[in-house]
Design a binder for this molecule. Structure first.
Ligand SMILES: C[S@@+](CC[C@H](N)C(=O)[O-])C[C@H]1O[C@@H](n2cnc3c(N)ncnc32)[C@H](O)[C@@H]1O
Length: 125
């Protein structure tokens, strides 16, 4: 369930991202919440991935990994940045947590900063 009060913002985001249909087709409003249609789950794969042990397993256009790497030491952070780099397509986007950054990682020069506040980076090389 998502708060109904947020749905106006989400609708604008959907339109800005190129959404062509009415965003309201994707959810049912109930009381003060919006429940997205279960049919959307047919397009979602849920999988567990251990950042410490597992290797890259797919190519992604977007990776969001927030507030995890702050708990890792430098060696492990570098490993995870390597995983993200291998797993992103060129021009794919990486989202990190508010206290995390691509700066000083081995792949710093391969990303362009999209939004410093939101910690969004685009893989460019
Ligand atoms: C502080 S929470 C952050 C949760 C969420 N991303 C957020 O920003 O609210 C840290 C998350 O990292 C996950 N985590 C810890 N070690 C991990 C590992 N080795 N591989 C993958 N995820 C891990 C935990 O399960 C937990 O969900």
């Amino acid at each position: 369930m998502f708060p109904l009060a947020k749905m106006q913002d989400y609708t604008q985001n959907y339109i800005r991202a190129g959404g062509a249909r009415a965003f309201s087709e994707y959810y049912v409003a109930e009381y003060d919440g919006a429940q997205f249609r279960r049919s959307l789950l047919e397009n979602v794969v849920f999988a567990q991935h251990n950042l410490v042990q597992d290797s890259a397993f797919n190519e992604f256009h977007l990776i969001v990994c927030r507030n995890v790497m702050i708990y890792f030491d430098r060696i492990l952070q570098d490993r995870v940045h390597g995983l993200f780099y291998e797993s992103l397509v060129t021009f794919g986007v990486l989202g990190l947590g508010a206290k995390e950054s691509i700066h000083f990682s081995p792949h710093e020069d391969s990303y362009e900063e999209l939004d410093p506040n939101e910690r969004l980076y685009k893989k460019v090389a």
